[in-house]
Design a protein around this ligand. Structure first.
Ligand code: FES
Ligand SMILES: [Fe+2]
Length: 372
């Protein structure tokens, strides 16, 4: 019998998550999917009514429960850009103000409901969520993807998933170099992250069992703009052809325990191939991207949140991405400068099977201490 005291197991901290949703642009789907027929959407712990003005074609997002007597506005009708409640026909403007009550002389002063700024870019619809109720921050609008407008690319193919976890788990992925091998069967050769203001980027190169053919390289540049909208430019291969795609991974919290992900793919059309063949290729590539993605989904659906991850020296900068991400859960005035400062971290790759191919032994990977 040894006298050595038995080492105590590591204690996982997993505090309940506060009910606050991130400030920033959240994508609700493709522009083409919205009309003046209102749609109900359950996000940010609420029910929302989303519709286009029948006159101005603008997208409006309102809280869906009518403060008069609680009817569901998403079951109402739109006329003159206003949403009419199906119960007593009060009509609500896209600015949240009551515009008309057909049987009253005076509209009560308090007759205002929650309304959310929207924008449309890259064929996608976005809603601005801000617990402080401020207007969108001017430099945080999603950037235009010129390829989308060039005519040389297919439109987005989008698949939607509901994940039973807090959406913070998804964002860890940006720094989580070590999951690519075990979860995606991809070999990572280089891995780098850059944080800058409201953006966080992951640069990766290696091989990918699903999205690139054997012996073919795979590169990916994935960038979050704000807390919830990520686009990736990937180069992989299929049927011997180089495939260049933009991947969309965008999420919206349903509540603190559930979120929806929209996974989208658009592909640079291959020259000399018909529209139908290009569409068939992007469909097939989307299926493969979905296949790769559900590997993450299965992990998320079954994991817990670890506030104090037990990290090792080979891990990517998980705490760095978490700190960066925390800015979206603070009032703007409270954000410490460091969370938005420019920072670069290259993660030293120790996988034997990855380094064999890399030929990049001279790359001086600084092993910087992980921020704790
Ligand atoms: S409940 Fe909406 S108008 Fe009465
Ligand atoms: Fe992943």
């Amino acid at each position: 019998m040894s006298n050595a005291a038995k080492q105590q197991p590591y204690i996982i901290k997993s505090d309940p998550v506060e009910e606050r949703y991130a400030r920033g642009w959240h994508c609700l789907g493709k522009s083409a999917d919205f009309t003046s027929e209102p749609q109900a959407m359950h996000y940010f712990g609420k029910k929302l009514a989303v519709y286009r003005g029948d006159q101005d074609n603008k997208l409006y997002v309102l809280d869906s429960y009518c403060p008069h007597m609680g009817a569901d506005l998403s079951r109402g009708k739109v006329t003159n850009n206003n949403l009419h409640c199906p119960f007593h026909d009060w009509s609500w403007g896209g600015d949240g103000k009551c515009k008309n009550i057909p049987y009253a002389d005076k509209i009560p002063e308090k007759a205002v409901i929650g309304s959310y700024p929207t924008t449309e870019v890259n064929g996608l619809v976005f809603v601005w969520h801000d617990p402080e109720g401020n207007d969108p921050i001017p430099d945080q609008y999603p950037q235009r993807i010129e390829d989308y407008y060039s005519g040389e690319w297919t439109d987005w193919n989008i698949a939607k998933f509901t994940i039973h976890s807090n959406c913070r788990e998804l964002v860890d992925n940006m720094a989580d170099m070590a999951h690519f091998g075990p979860v995606h069967y991809s070999t990572v050769q280089t891995f780098k992250n850059i944080q800058d203001g409201h953006t966080f980027t992951q640069f990766m190169s290696g091989g990918h069992e699903i999205l690139a053919e054997e012996g073919q390289g795979f590169t990916s540049v994935a960038r979050y703009e704000g807390p919830a909208y990520m686009t990736t430019t990937m180069t992989g291969s299929m049927e011997g052809k180089e495939i260049v795609t933009h991947l969309l991974v965008t999420h919206v919290p349903v509540n603190t325990e559930q979120f929806d992900i929209r996974l989208g793919v658009m592909m640079k059309k291959i020259e000399g191939v018909s529209e139908e063949q290009n569409q068939a290729m992007v469909d097939e590539y989307t299926n493969m991207a979905v296949e790769s993605f559900v590997q993450d989904v299965d992990i998320w659906n079954n994991k817990i949140r670890v506030d104090n991850p037990l990290l090792c020296d080979g891990d990517g900068p998980v705490n760095m991405v978490r700190k960066w991400y925390s800015q979206f859960y603070m009032d703007v005035a409270e954000i410490p400068k460091g969370l938005q400062a420019y920072k670069e971290r290259e993660t030293k790759i120790k996988y034997a099977h990855a380094t064999q191919h890399s030929g990049n032994s001279e790359t001086s990977n600084e092993t910087e201490a992980l921020p704790q």
